[in-house]
Ligand binder design. Structure first.
Ligand SMILES: N[C@@H](CCC(=O)N[C@@H](CS)C(=O)NCC(=O)O)C(=O)O
Length: 103
């Protein structure tokens, strides 16, 4: 997705508050990574399969070790832990797709 420099910079800023907990070969995680690529959004990927700290953070914050899970850091300091690839992709489209019509 092509953006001018300012728009891409705003997207990069917004995405800095996101982290995707995932397994490299999980098909649901691949679906989310593809959507991120399509939208031109760079999100920190956290390997919850092999990295014990990320795995523990996912369990503690989200409540279970299930991937993909998008951690969304809100401006008020709270974290939201969003599971389900379809829900994550819908959230990403709503947040980052220009002229998103909803749904
Ligand atoms: N419906 C979920 C399926 C996710 C899923 O089954 N992920 C597997 C890895 S491929 C997992 O985390 N399993 C562990 C569990 O469900 O506790 C989605 O679309 O995100």
């Amino acid at each position: 997705m092509a953006r001018d420099e300012d728009a891409q910079s705003a997207v990069d800023d917004a995405a800095s508050g996101l982290a995707l907990y995932q397994f490299r070969s999980c098909p649901f995680c691949i679906r989310v990574r593809k959507e991120l690529a399509r939208l031109g959004v760079t999100v920190e990927l956290r390997d919850a399969q092999n990295d014990s700290e990320h795995r523990a953070a996912l369990a503690a914050g989200g409540g279970r070790v299930k991937v993909p899970c998008l951690r969304i850091a809100h401006d008020d300091g709270t974290d939201e832990w969003l599971y389900e690839s379809a829900d994550i992709n819908a959230w990403l489209r709503k947040r980052f797709e220009p002229d998103h019509a909803g749904g």
